[in-house]
Each structure stands twice: as structure tokens, then as C-alpha cells.
Design a protein around this ligand. Structure first.
Ligand SMILES: Nc1ncnc2c1ncn2[C@@H]1O[C@H](COP(=O)(O)OP(=O)(O)OP(=O)(O)O)[C@@H](O)[C@H]1O
Length: 274
């Protein structure tokens, strides 16, 4: 397996013809102190590629996603999707968070329709699409239910259906399964893989779980440092569809083990530096 150290600039780990290209990106929340969260971060995601992002807590993974969806603007470098800079939220980017933030007074169907302006404003086409997506994530039976009637896994399925409402071509997922029990998490990971395989959308997926990253991704990118940048870019050439059996294969375990070792090295280096 190849653990590629990140190049100081440019587009490590991929051809320069990526769909989503981050070039030498820098960002800090506090303009006054100038403290940067990310610096010199370059990443190239190809069309249809599923990239998982791992990194120590606080390394800037969510910040990176906020930049990609246009909720924040980089203070240095550039982020381009299909060759154009990202200047704000857009319909061709769908996002799902750790907590799906469902409106408790709206039904499941209306929560899926939220990006379309709710059921009354949404046309019949959007309502049909919402029902189709609820069927896709196995929630047709609870379309008229309210969020308090759902389990954590069901609520997250609603979040996934909502993310897909406008048929986005770029999926941004920020620890979507972190709050779920292990079995539900595994089931939803495999469902996400099916959805992704059916549409071959480009996906950026942040997780703290090495096995989850290796199970789902074509590539695992590791962020680290203060400010953070890409410190490793690991290809996952396992056949698809991946299944729970994949978790027992020697190829899977070799990649997961190498990533674990890398994390231990990073933690050791951070301890020595502090
Ligand atoms: N809105 C904000 N204002 C100021 N600082 C912030 C804000 N959001 C995040 N930060 C800081 O930016 C850094 C990176 O945070 P971020 O949430 O991106 O990391 P992360 O890798 O996603 O963390 P975790 O794995 O714990 O979710 C942290 O030091 C955090 O305190």
C-alpha cells in the first residue's frame, strides 16, 4: 500500500483534472489573531470519487467541509468545483451532518422537502421526489410521522434523503453516523455505498472511524498539524460493492492497520511538539 506524503502545494494524490480542486487553501476563523486552522491544504477529488477524510479532533475536518459547501471563504488559495470557484451554498452540493436537525413540528416528508421550501411551496414533482427518496432510504411507512417518533438511525436516513432532494452531484457528509449504535452505523454505511454506487456522485465524507473510512472510500485523506494540511493520501483499491465480509479481508485490515499506525505516529509527534 502506498502512503503518499502530501506535496507542499499542488494537487497530491490525484490527477490535475479533478472535479473538486483545493489548491494551497488557508483559513482561520479569527482574522484578528491570524491563527490559521488550515494552511497549504491541497486536494484533488475526481468525478465520482468517494474520499474519506480522517484526522485528529480539532484538526479542521468540519472546517474544510464548510469551505467546500461555501459556508466559509478561504483566506488563501482557491477551491474550485468543475473549474469554478465556490462562492456560496448551491443546489448541486448536498450536505448531511452528524445530527440531521429535523424540524420537530414538520412531518418526515416535509423535513425532506425543507430545501424545496416545504410541502405547500414545493411542487408535486418535489413531493414525488421526496417520496421516492423516502422509499430509497426505507422510510415510506413513516412519511407522515414526526421526528420524535423516529429512532436515531431513522432520523439520519431522513437527513440523507433530504441531502439527495435536489439530486446533487457532490455529497458532503460530516460524521453522519457518529451518533448511531454500531449495527445501525454499519447498515447505514452500506446503504450509503449503494446510493453512491447507483448515482456515482462525488463524495467527501468526514469520519473518526478508520474502518468506516476504509469500508466506504476510494481514497482516505488524513489531515493533521496546526495549521492542518493533508499529511497522507491512501488509495483503497478494494472491490465493490463492499460488504461486512470486506471487514475481515486481509487487504482491508492491512490498510486499516497502516492508518492506525500513522495516527499513532501523528499523536506521538503532537505530544513531542507540545
Ligand atoms: N465557528 C468557529 N469559530 C472559531 N473557531 C472555530 C469555529 N469552528 C471551529 N473552530 C476551531 O477550528 C478548529 C478546527 O475545528 P473543526 O471543527 O473544523 O475540527 P474537526 O477536525 O472537525 O474536529 P472534530 O473531529 O472534533 O469534529 C478548532 O480549533 C476549533 O476550535
Amino acid at each position: 500500500m502506498k502512503m503518499e506524503p502530501a506535496a507542499p502545494a499542488g494537487v497530491p494524490g490525484g490527477a490535475p483534472d479533478g472535479r473538486l480542486v483545493l489548491s494551497d487553501v488557508a483559513f482561520g476563523y479569527d482574522g484578528r489573531t491570524g491563527r490559521k486552522v488550515l494552511e497549504g491544504l491541497s486536494l484533488n477529488v475526481r468525478d465520482g470519487e468517494f474520499v474519506a477524510i480522517l484526522g485528529p479532533s480539532g484538526s479542521g475536518k468540519s472546517t474544510l467541509l464548510r469551505l467546500v459547501v461555501g459556508l466559509e471563504r478561504p483566506t488563501g488559495g482557491a477551491i474550485r468545483l468543475d473549474g469554478r470557484p465556490i462562492t456560496g451554498p448551491r443546489q448541486d452540493i448536498g450536505m448531511v451532518f452528524q445530527k440531521p436537525t429535523l424540524l420537530p413540528w414538520r412531518t418526515v416528508r416535509d423535513n425532506v422537502l425543507l430545501p424545496a421550501g416545504f410541502a405547500r411551496a414545493a411542487g408535486s414533482e418535489a413531493r414525488t421526489q421526496a417520496d421516492r427518496l423516502l422509499a430509497l432510504v426505507g422510510l415510506s411507512d413513516v412519511a407522515g410521522a414526526y421526528p420524535f417518533q423516529l429512532s436515531g438511525g431513522m432520523a439520519q436516513r431522513v437527513g440523507i434523503a433530504r441531502m439527495l432532494l435536489h439530486d446533487p452531484s457532490l455529497l458532503i457528509l460530516d460524521e453522519p453516523f457518529a451518533a448511531l449504535d454500531a449495527m445501525t452505523r454499519e447498515d447505514l454505511s452500506l446503504e450509503l455505498q449503494s446510493i453512491w454506487m447507483a448515482g456515482r456522485k462525488t463524495a467527501l465524507f468526514v469520519t473518526h472511524s478508520i474502518p468506516e473510512a476504509v469500508l466506504l472510500a476510494d481514497r482516505v485523506v488524513v489531515l493533521a498539524g496546526r495549521p492542518a494540511k493533508v499529511v497522507a493520501d491512501v488509495a483503497v483499491p478494494l472491490p465493490r460493492p463492499r460488504t461486512i465480509e470486506t471487514l475481515t479481508s486481509s487487504e482491508f485490515n492491512t490498510i486499516a492497520y497502516e492508518l492506525r499506525r500513522l495516527f499513532r505516529d501523528l499523536a506521538g509527534a503532537a505530544r513531542r511538539a507540545s
